[in-house]
Design a protein. Structure first.
Length: 655
């Protein structure tokens, strides 16, 4: 258990932490949240020992180990990534090196052979107690989970970008398994697959975890407690992020009610004082009430949450066909990244592009935005399509000598110019920040300027590669809301699953150079991917072969195998029922939609309908919605039907 009491910390004239007390119990998973600049990273550094608090104390047991994953990209280290991970257990590495030297001395016949054997016994015993024999296997398993291939293990650290080096440092920390693991924005450099693996790993992590993250989905899946740091104070809540939002709203409502009641009480007391201040017979009563006011502890009500909103301006709508890709292939150094890709995107669609890091997501967006040219096939943009492209490397296009205000204002749509400072506040540039030169900004700040500049430009096809990496939760929410009502077309790469769920209605997965499409949001995509995976034929069960003298060998199933087979049959049966229900639901919905479509078509064929322009327009809107719903429901039905038939085919083969 780690405990801090009355911790205070000041930077310049600003007090970041004021009288913070906190107990971190063993095995607890805690999310530390708060607005950017509240002091979350500072608190983690104090816990780790990088910074020293101005006041207060911190206590923990002797031998208590703390590990910290920092936001800053790690420096390049010598050696392979596997070596770098194992260095987190330097004592074990040193013992192994010493054991190897003793083996060499024994083989060479040098020195006291009996003494060397005794020394080897001692070293081997200690190596085993420290988990040395499984250490390398554990390190490789963690690296694999974080997205590295087996071929990567022996590659030098210098071969990898900052984001991948961050994963190596995370792997080292996980292998160390400290008593308290401090994670500062661990999801920023992970793809969704690595993120899901990390979630599962951390759920069974034996130590305590304090994580700083703006990823609400990640927090919801992991956190048992939420600690909010705001205005120097730490407030604790039980449960995940969803629970926190409910509790905080209830607490604030209660606090405001008490504030109003106290305000009324103070005003009533003050009126008595003012009325009888100069009346001798009431002097003692007046004095009593003056003291009562002085002793009354004023209820501190937090300022209203900043409500931020803006609209993304679409200057001119594109035609219906936004993008058409035919039989397109692309290679880097004779290595095919994308092969025989066919894709159509239509006006108004909001699409997520998913796949592991290196699958080709960014390559595809650069091909679509005409930054790359395919070796085969064609990529065609539709009429009047105006692309707005955002990616991390876009910061290189900023004019370093301009102010934030001038840089963003250069391309901003006319409708945004009057509110430019307010909108920049959404991207965490407040007060005098807009007057800062781009040159003095951090990498994250430059990324936010690039994002703001693109969103405020008059475009109708947004292509966004990890737009939320440098935004706090309030800014992400504002961006979500703006994109939800955006009339243009959106193609989005993001590891923020909550963000994807709120926005997209179509998911495109890139795997082994090919595209696979799914209707619905990210949660729908996961469910259908799991359904297709479950429908795939299972590998044959392992059997034990037993020979009776010269008789023919026969296969004998153990109790465990029988239990596993029974569980597999139950899982398949459950999956079959779910798919059957999905098919029936879709068929019912298709029937309803087709019926309604026929009704609307009949009305639209009646000339009398067009005597009421408003009614005719409403019918046309409904007709478009019904057609869209019919198409998506047909796609769901077809996908479920394919999975159901594959499941039945697998069962027939097994039988």
């Amino acid at each position: 258990m780690l405990q801090i009491k009355d911790l205070s910390f000041t930077i310049g004239t600003r007090q970041l932490l004021s009288g913070v007390s906190w107990i971190i119990n063993p095995g607890r998973r805690i999310a530390l949240i708060g607005p950017n600049g509240a002091g979350k990273t500072t608190l983690l550094k104090i816990l780790y020992g990088d910074l020293e608090a101005d006041e207060g104390e911190m206590t923990f047991p002797k031998g208590y180990q703390i590990g910290l994953l920092r936001q800053e990209e790690p420096a390049v280290e010598l050696g392979s990534i596997l070596t770098c991970v194992l260095q987190g257990h330097q004592e074990v590495v040193d013992i192994e090196t010493e054991m190897e030297q003793v083996h060499r001395d024994l083989e060479a016949g040098d020195g006291d052979q009996e003494g060397l054997l005794q020394k080897l016994d001692v070293l081997q015993d200690k190596f085993q107690r420290l988990g040395g024999y499984r250490l390398e296997a554990d390190a490789k398993a963690i690296l694999s989970g974080l997205g590295f291939s087996e071929n990567d293990f022996s590659r030098p650290m210098g071969d990898f970008s900052g984001g991948w080096r961050m994963r190596v440092h995370l792997a080292r920390l996980l292998l160390q398994s400290p008593d308290l693991l401090l994670l500062d924005e661990p999801t920023n450099h992970l793809d969704i697959e690595s993120l899901e693996w990390l979630e599962q790993y951390l759920r069974s992590f034996p130590g305590s975890i304090v994580l700083v993250s703006h990823d609400r989905f990640f927090i919801d899946r992991l956190a048992q407690e939420i600690c909010e740091l705001d205005r120097g104070k730490l407030t604790q809540y039980t449960g995940n992020y969803h629970d926190f939002e409910i509790q905080k709203a209830a607490n604030e409502a209660l606090l405001r009610k008490r504030y109003e009641e106290q305000k009324e009480e103070r005003e009533r007391i003050q009126r008595f004082i003012d009325r009888f201040r100069y009346k001798a017979s009431k002097a003692s009563q007046v004095q009593s009430r003056v003291k009562q006011l002085e002793k009354m502890e004023i209820i501190d009500v937090p300022p209203p949450a900043r409500r931020m909103s803006f609209n993304i301006f679409v200057a001119n709508s594109s035609y219906k066909d936004v993008l058409k890709i035919d039989n397109m292939s692309f290679t880097y150094d004779q290595d095919w990244v994308l092969q025989d890709v066919n894709l159509s995107i239509f006006r108004g669609q909001k699409i997520a592009l998913v796949g592991i890091n290196g699958a080709g997501k960014t390559t595809l967006t650069r091909l679509i935005s005409q930054q790359l040219i395919p070796q085969q096939g064609r990529v065609e943009l539709g009429e009047r399509v105006a692309i707005g492209y955002y990616a991390q490397h876009q910061v290189d296009t900023l004019n370093l000598d301009r102010t934030i205000l001038a840089e963003v204002g250069e391309t901003a749509a006319e409708t945004h110019r009057a509110r430019l400072r307010d909108i920049l506040g959404i991207f965490q540039f407040s007060n005098d920040d807009p007057e800062k030169k781009i040159r003095v900004l951090s990498g994250g700040e430059k990324a936010r300027v690039s994002l703001a500049k693109m969103l405020l430009s008059p475009v109708n096809f947004l292509i966004m590669d990890e737009p939320t990496n440098h935004l706090d939760i309030a800014s992400r929410t504002a961006l979500e809301q703006a994109l939800q009502v955006y009339d243009g077309t959106l193609l989005l790469i993001s590891h923020d699953r909550y963000f994807l769920d709120k926005l997209v209605t179509r998911v495109i997965e890139i795997k082994d150079g090919h595209l696979k499409e799914f209707e619905g949001n990210y949660t729908d995509y996961l469910a259908r991917r799991e359904a297709l995976s479950a429908a795939a034929p299972a590998p044959a069960a392992t059997t034990v072969t037993e020979t009776d003298n010269a008789s023919t060998p026969r296969k004998v199933k153990t109790k465990e195998q029988k239990r596993q087979e029974a569980e597999a049959r139950q899982a398949v049966s459950k999956q079959r029922n779910q798919l059957k229900k999905e098919i029936e639901t879709c068929e019912g919905r298709i029937s309803e939609l087709e019926s309604r479509k026929g009704e609307i078509e009949a009305k639209m064929a009646d000339p009398a309908t067009y005597q009421d322009g408003e009614r005719a327009a409403a019918l046309q809107r409904e007709y478009a919605e019904v057609k869209s719903a019919l198409e998506s429901t047909f796609a769901r039905w077809e996908e479920a039907q394919v999975a159901y038939e594959a499941l039945l085919e697998g069962l027939e083969k097994d039988n």
